[in-house]
Every structure is written in C-alpha cells, then in structure tokens.
Ligand binder design. Structure first.
Ligand code: HSE
Length: 410
C-alpha cells in the first residue's frame, strides 16, 4: 500500500478524496498497489466524514511518518504551504500541488529542492484546472522554442463574462454563482482583478522560457471595467472580449508578459471558449500553433490533474520528466510600456478629425450615431498609446475604454 497525505480539505482537497474513493480500483491498477490517504489536514472539522479518523490539524504527523511517499497540497497561499512543502521535499517526500500562488512565487526554489532531494515537485493542476498542458509543453513540445503562450487562464472571469454578455446576468449574480460552484478564489479579487491569471501566465512563461517570472513584475488588468458597450462594439468589429494572459518572446530575446481583457476576433478559437472552460494556445517554432482546452476550475477537474501527478510521483523515478526552470533573470522581461499593440478605443467629446491627430492611421468602426466614437489604433507601443490618451484628454476628449487586440487587426 502507498501512503499519501492531503493538505487542505476545501473544494480541491475534498475532490482528491472523492476521486481516491470513487476510482480506487483504477488507481490501484495504475499505481501498482492500493493508495491510501493516511492523513488529511485541515484546520476546520468536517463532522460525518467517512475518513474522520484520518483528519489532522498539524503537519507534524505527516513529517514524522517515513511511509508517507507523496504529499498533495490544495490549501492555497504561499505560507504555510512553502514552509511545510519545503520540509516534505527535504525528507525526499514528493509533492503535488494545485497552488498557483505558491508555484508562481516559489516554483524555482521548490523545483531545486525536489532535484536536490530526489523527489518530485509536480503542479499540473496549478494552470488550467483539469487541462493537461504543463507536461505536454515540456515533453511533447520539447523540440520547439516556444514563441508565444496565450490563453484564457481564469475560469471564474470567463464564466462571469459569458454570463454577463451572453445571458444578461449582472456582475454580482455571475460572481455569486461562480463562488457557489467552487470556481472562485477565497478572495474573488484575485480572479476579477487578474492576479490568478497572472500567476498562471508566469508559470507557463517560466516553463516556456526557462527562467522564473514573478507576478509582481507583470502588467495585470482585470475585467471590472469591461462594459456592455465594449462587448457590443466588439461584436460589430467581429469579435469578443476575453481576459487573456499572454507571454511572448520579443525580437531581442526578452519576454513580454501581460494579463488584460483583450479583443479576440471570431476567427480565433479562443473567442469560442465559454463558461468555466480555459484554453491555452502554445506556439512553437517547429509545430506552429497548438491548443489545450477544457475545464479550467472546479472540484473534480482540478483534483483529476492532481491525481495524474500523484500516479506519476508513485510510479516514475523522481525528476525523470524535464519540468524545471532556473531563477529569475534580471532584465529578461520587457517593460509593458515598450510592448507594441493595437488598441480598441471608445472616446467621447471629439470628432474623427480631432481624434486622427492623436491616433494617426487609426480606423473608425461603424456603429450607432451617438456621443462616442470607436476606433482601432495603428500599432504603437503601450507607452505611446498612454501618451496619446493623455493628450486627447487634455484637449477635451474622454477615453471611455481601451482594450488591447489579441491579434493584429485585419
Ligand atoms: N479561481 C480559479 C479560476 C480556480 O477561476 O480559474 C482555478 O485555478
């Protein structure tokens, strides 16, 4: 029998326990012997659980039991997870986690510890919920230099946008339902302000480009200012608005990372990813464009990814798969202001002729007669677009919204 421990009995941790029970026989076949969660750690108590006798409130029994081979962590947050998992790795216990914040902040350190102590540190569930994307990127796409990773990386915001603009729900109603379904973070600001997607694009970029990227360095904007007018204009233009995380290799070899609502053309598969689903588009220099799609959040999909990693940790020699990256490289991130983009703008208080002086080469969109105009700018740096907006506002205009285009305007 293989002994494991589960840290955290929230949405994902309880999902892990459910899969271990429901698919017990299947897992026994795949792992070569029975798998038992000998310890389930949570500060809360859950009266009536079938495994009540295995609930613990301190990490000590896990650290004191040499038979625990793998620790699955679904508590979230950097601490105490970092301290506890570091201690497990130092004992040679493998670690599987769904904790995006931890991997985005400390992934390079934990990977190094795992290497040093002959253990696994695996985190497929930290990006894209149930979608297999991290291991395929490192294994199946290993022949490629990855040139871009872009995708819908947060289920809650995609669920909210789909409900608001597809079904007319209010922001509050859509968020409450996402919370009820177990998609949202404990503090939903992490979802709606883009921080969760930022952690995930940092993990993807670290894998793609081989060094650690820190969320605090990445330009991040959430969905709270996206309005029905933006979505209506996007539809007239031939697309929709999605919260996108994107990491690109720049011509000078740096990396450009950002998270923001973006205008996505209907011709792009990402425009059709709705509800809690996520999709990650990975572009390699040899393979071209690939797409990974599926449920990006939720109890069983996320737990499914953790159990996949668990079976790897139980059956394969530690670190026999090339999932690793080095420490942060100063200067490797292009400042957002230097990145070149086209933007969609809604502006009031100015006519076309005046606007063209601030946005030379722009293209106006056809729409209803009214106080506002909508346009697509010519390619410019984000810094130049900031400056043009400030100048237009100083001259009496009002920039009502600015949304970056995912693809160049046709
Ligand atoms: N809150 C996250 C989301 C959970 O909505 O995508 C999955 O990481």
């Amino acid at each position: 029998m293989k002994k494991i421990a589960v840290l955290g009995h929230g949405v994902v941790g309880s999902g892990v326990m459910e899969i271990l029970t429901r698919n017990r026989k299947l897992l026994e076949r795949q792992a070569g012997e029975a798998v038992e969660a000998a310890y389930v750690l949570d500060r809360r108590s859950f009266p009536g659980l079938a495994y009540q006798d295995r609930m613990i409130q301190s990490i000590d029994p896990v650290l004191e039991d040499p038979e625990v081979a793998v620790v699955l962590e679904a508590m979230g947050g950097v601490e105490p997870a970092f301290t506890w998992l570091s201690a497990c790795l130092k004992q040679g216990k493998s670690v599987v986690t769904s904790n995006k914040e931890l991997v985005a902040e400390k992934g390079d350190v934990l990977l190094a510890l795992a290497r040093e102590h002959g253990a696994w540190f695996l985190f497929e569930a930290s990006v894209g919920g149930g979608i297999p994307v991290l291991q395929p990127m490192r294994e199946s796409l290993t022949a490629n230099h990855i040139t871009e990773v872009a995708g819908i990386l947060n289920g809650t915001t995609n669920f909210i946008l789909t409900r608001m603009f597809g079904e007319g729900a209010s922001f509050g109603e859509a968020l409450a339902l996402a919370q009820e379904l177990g998609y949202a973070e404990q503090d939903p600001a992490a979802d709606v302000e883009g921080h969760d997607a930022c952690r995930k694009i940092c993990i993807l970029a670290s894998i793609a480009f081989g060094s650690h990227f820190c969320p605090r360095e990445v330009h991040t904007k959430g969905i709270t200012r996206i309005s029905a007018q933006d979505v209506a204009w996007a539809a007239r233009w031939g697309g929709t608005v999605k919260l996108i995380g994107r990491a690109r290799r720049t011509a000078d070899g740096r990396a450009a990372l950002e998270v923001a609502p973006m205008l996505v053309p209907n011709s792009c598969l990402l425009s059709r990813v709705d509800g809690v689903n996520n999709a990650v588009r990975v572009t390699g220099d040899m393979v071209g464009e690939t797409m990974f799609y599926g449920p990006g959040a939720g109890k069983l999909p996320t737990a499914s990814a953790m159990i996949g990693d668990l079976v790897t940790a139980l059956t394969q020699p530690a670190n026999s798969r090339p999932l690793a990256w080095g420490p942060e490289k100063p200067g490797s991130l292009q400042p957002w202001e230097e990145s070149i983009a086209q933007a969609f703008l809604r502006v009031s208080g100015m006519d076309r002729e005046e606007l063209e002086t601030f946005y030379p080469g722009c293209r106006f969109l056809d729409g209803p007669e009214g106080e506002e105009l909508a346009l697509i700018t010519a390619p410019a740096t984000q810094g130049e677009l900031d400056a043009a907006g400030q100048a237009a506002e100083a001259a009496g205009g009002k920039v009502l919204s600015r949304v970056t285009l995912l693809e160049d305007d046709r």
